[in-house]
Write a protein that binds this ligand. Structure first.
Ligand code: GLN
Length: 537
């Protein structure tokens, strides 16, 4: 087994996740079995307890692990589903060691951080590789070189390299700014981040040089001399408008060849044809389709917003580009919709994505009513399904106080409610990793749009929520025209609702966006975008 550690330098947010996903893809296409792992420095056991405004979306795996958006990148690039061995936070690592210490499993030893924590890191890397039968394990180290938080991961890297000098590689992603006042690309910060790595005993083998532009020969030479690398091992990674171009840029710099040579692996068998075709479709798509996402995570501007809904955005893009359409995605503040719902007339399709709590909910319900009444395609995701049920109960059945007990525990019409097992967890303050999580089977009813879109009746989709459709109101809602298009195999949990006599009104208790990939767009999104395209503004 070979190991590639990937670190970042100078600034956070330079795309280590995309880089790890891209290198994984290139090695997979070269005929190797790969598995990427994200090693995060924070002490949260998983990403499920972190605020999406600060940390971005919580990405859920089939096995219910709550991870961050990097696992989403890995799955989308590799077109593979990953599991809990593909993520380890420092919190989870410490937790395992501390539990063993309490169980006297260390035989009275002094449990030092270096040796015990680093061994736990290494054994998780081995376990992930063995479980996937991997030729290459890629380890993305969260954080930035030179900070205190991730030194144990780097120390584990150093120890493994000592043990297996020919099997361990380090790729460092660094940043070369072009200050507008100078108009010149500066390499000093990148030199310093390599020096930071050197100070903890790591010499990178390859540098991915991020910048707004490609590096010129002069800069490459300068970096090569100061870092002790061959110029061929410094690969330009300029900004791109479409992240799926990144592996193609790396290929242009011969990255796969360099990695394989250093790890003494066989020569590449390249098969990037489908990938290239997808990237081309993205570049060439011209016919626009206008989609509005009605949400509330707007607090810190566009960057965080797109991070909080990244899989939804990706899923819209995959569905659009695979139909040669160019999506124009807008953020619609649900509080503004409440004041002026007609602002939604600009969109050919409306999405209400997942969410929690009461802020912005009335505006989202208004948006759903607008989509229903004005025949605008609507796709509801998780909360978007629960709120669509509430909207229907209020405005079609006339139950004015209909609500979810998440917001109004006293309502006479709790069309969305919490089940006993979940209630118990909340009362015990047992929040971490306790929602209905991960992949659940769902059966789609005959003659429904959902069934037609999937082309099969049995599906499996990922969940992350506590509240559910309340079966006590099922008959009345169905009689009034709500179609229960999907349920759990035992029929007890409602998973998909639809409205007939509408161009597209589908809402899911699960999160289809988590399983959409560029080369395998999700059928729900494909159907939604298709319907949106047919909506004339
Ligand atoms: N807040 C809702 C629940 O907990 C929906 C969650 C979501 O949209 N992911 O059930």
């Amino acid at each position: 087994m070979k190991y590639i550690f990937i670190s970042g330098g100078v600034i956070s947010g330079i795309g280590k996740g995309i880089a790890t996903a891209s290198i994984s893809l290139l090695l997979k296409k070269a005929g190797l079995k790969v598995t990427p792992i994200k090693m995060d420095p924070y002490l949260n056991i998983d990403a499920g307890t972190m605020n999406p405004i600060i940390h971005g979306e919580v990405f859920v795996l089939d096995d219910g692990t709550e991870t961050d958006q990097d696992l989403g990148h890995y799955e989308r690039f590799l077109n593979e589903s990953l599991d809990k061995t593909n993520i380890a936070t420092q919190g989870a690592i410490y937790n395992s060691v501390l539990q063993r210490e309490r169980n006297l499993e260390y035989d009275g030893e002094c449990v030092d951080v270096v040796t015990y924590i680093t061994n736990e890191i290494l054994s998780r890397i081995q376990e992930a590789g063995r479980g996937k039968n991997a030729d290459v394990v890629l380890i993305e180290i969260g954080g930035t070189a030179g900070e205190y938080q991730n030194v144990l991961f780097l120390e584990a890297n150093r120890l493994l390299k000592l043990k297996k000098p020919n099997d361990v590689l380090h790729v460092h992603i660094t940043y070369l700014p072009i200050p507008p006042s100078l108009g010149e690309m500066k390499s000093k910060p990148a030199q310093m981040s390599v020096r930071d790595l050197n100070s903890v005993g790591i010499q990178p083998d390859i540098i991915l040089a991020r910048s707004s532009q490609s590096l010129d020969q002069m800069r490459i030479k300068k970096l090569a001399i100061s870092t002790g690398l061959e110029p061929e091992d410094i690969i330009s990674a300029p900004d791109v408008s479409n992240v799926y171009e990144v592996p193609l840029k790396y290929e242009a710099g011969n990255l796969t060849k360099r990695i394989l040579k250093k790890l003494k692996l066989r020569q590449p068998k390249k098969d990037m044809i489908e990938w290239r075709q997808y990237v081309k479709r993205v570049e060439e798509a011209k016919d626009e389709v206008k989609i509005g996402i009605v949400g509330k995570y707007f607090a810190s501007g566009h960057f965080t917003l797109s991070d909080a809904y990244i899989s939804v955005i990706e899923a819209i893009k995959h569905a659009s580009y695979n139909q040669d359409l160019k999506p124009v995605i807008s953020w619609v503040d649900s509080e503004k919709v409440l004041q002026n719902p007609t602002m939604l007339k600009e969109y050919q399709g409306i999405i209400v994505p997942g969410g929690f709590g009461s802020r912005g909910v009335e505006g989202k319900i208004k948006a759903i009513a607008y989509a229903r009444e004005n025949n605008i395609p609507y796709l509801g995701l998780c909360y978007g399904m629960q709120l669509a049920t509430i909207e229907f109960a209020r405005n079609v059945l006339g139950w004015e106080d209909a609500n979810t007990t998440e917001i109004d525990p006293e309502t006479k019409h709790p069309v969305i409610h919490i089940m006993n097992d979940q209630q118990k967890k909340l009362l015990e303050h047992n929040y971490g990793g306790t929602m209905r999580l991960g992949a659940w089977d769902c059966v789609l009813a005959a003659k429904t749009l959902s069934r037609e879109l999937y082309g099969k009746s049995k599906i499996s989709e990922r969940h992350r929520h506590r509240y559910e459709f309340n079966n006590a109101f099922k008959n009345q809602l169905v009689r009034a025209g709500l179609v229960l298009a999907g349920t759990s195999p035992d029929g007890k949990l409602v998973e998909v609702i639809e409205l007939p006599n509408h161009p597209f009104f589908v809402a899911t208790q699960f999160h289809p966006e988590l399983k959409s990939r560029p080369l395998a767009p999700h059928p729900m999104f494909v159907g939604f975008v298709k319907a949106a395209r047919q909506t004339t503004l």
